[in-house]
Design a protein around this ligand. Structure first.
Ligand code: FAQ
Length: 311
């Protein structure tokens, strides 16, 4: 990559132009996008597991239908994102192999268990809420296929966030047992949700370069702060307490001050040692192995059809 080529590429980014698959791009830009879009795609797919866990036990037919549709949406998001990654010259099979052998990550949040129905409310409200906070700015990211995938994904995520909040409203406004379950779900998901934005800026190895390339539009801490500022009034509306005794409105800064998550726990979870990491990867590996015959059959069919056309 000559300095002239790099400078011309950066000038396109700085001018707000979008980069398309066939355009020249620095190898580092391509690799960073494959890492980020791939991690995002894996998160959508692995992210079906904690909620899939409750489809059979949803309390009403309507809740069941909503949750089923939400989990299907996540599968769709995974597919758009794998397609966006494929435009960068990596195959979906290769991305899956990298996930299964630990070379690629997925979001830390999906390594926490979903223990009660109230967790379906907390996941929709907080996890999809955090996802939206991160993804709305990515609609303006510099890589065209990623930015365009984000537009539809964000529309669906905001619907998901509302279905989660609606569950929380029912639970928080219900019997004392239901209120207790809602509070317990908030207690368990609050700090893991804050971790979704990544390590604090001083420990974020990729932020500076990713922001210069407009692969990321904000720092991890900026988005985390924005999430806290928007979520605290929602918790108040629900009559629930955020499990942080130091949470307070800071008039001078115009933001809430809050306790940082336990970063040693975060680094353990992304190293594979969270409560559900082994279960999640085992489920993905089983699905991959069980689906081998379908992939083989499709390939054999495609080869036969191609041979028939040639004849
Ligand atoms: N979990 O230098 P940074 C969803 C890794 S939403 C796991 O700050 P970066 C929707 C990071 O990869 C969730 N790993 O990294 C849904 C890097 O490791 P590496 C998915 C994390 O990339 C809702 C290292 O730490 N959303 O799925 C995490 O600049 C409900 C150093 O960190 C996205 O992926 C983490 N939380 O910033 C689905 C959004 N944080 O790769 C189902 C797009 C950091 O060098 C149900 N991604 N790491 O080995 C991003 O915006 C960024 O990649 C960040 C991390 C902000 C996640």
């Amino acid at each position: 990559d000559s300095p002239e080529k790099l400078a011309a590429f950066q000038a396109r980014i700085d001018a707000g132009e979008q980069i398309e698959p066939k355009d020249w791009m620095p190898e580092g830009y391509r690799k960073t996008l494959i890492r980020q879009i791939g991690q995002h795609a894996h998160s959508e797919i692995v992210g079906q597991l904690p909620e899939g866990n409750w489809i059979t036990r949803a309390p009403t037919l309507e809740r069941k239908a909503n949750l089923l549709a939400k989990v299907q949406d996540e599968a769709g998001h995974g597919l758009y994102l794998y397609c966006a990654a494929e435009t960068l010259g990596v195959t979906r099979d290769e991305l899956t192999r990298m996930l299964l052998d630990g070379r690629m990550k997925y979001s830390s949040i999906f390594n926490y268990p979903t223990l009660t129905w109230a967790d379906m409310g907390a996941v929709g409200w907080l996890v999809d809420g955090a996802a939206i906070m991160n993804q709305v700015p990515l609609q303006r990211t510099s890589y065209g296929p990623y930015a365009r995938a984000m537009v539809r994904i964000c529309k669906e995520e905001s619907f998901h966030q509302r279905q989660g909040f609606h569950i929380m409203m029912a639970m928080a406004g219900g019997s004392s047992d239901q209120r207790r379950m809602a509070q317990d779900a908030l207690n368990r998901f609050w700090f893991p949700a804050l971790m979704m934005f990544g390590p604090s800026d001083k420990d974020s190895v990729h932020s500076a370069q990713s922001m210069a390339w407009k692969i990321k539009m904000n720092t991890n801490d900026e988005l985390r702060q924005k999430f806290v500022d928007e979520t605290v009034p929602q918790a108040e509306y629900l009559g629930l307490t955020i499990p942080d005794p130091d949470l307070a409105w800071n008039e001078e800064e115009g933001h809430y001050s809050f306790t940082e998550p336990d970063w040693s726990e975060f680094f353990e979870v992304i190293a594979g040692n969270g409560p559900c990491n082994v279960d999640r990867i085992t489920a993905r590996r089983t699905a991959w192995d069980d689906g081998a015959w379908v992939r083989d059959a499709l390939m054999a069919h495609a080869e036969k059809s191609a041979a028939r056309k040639m004849a």
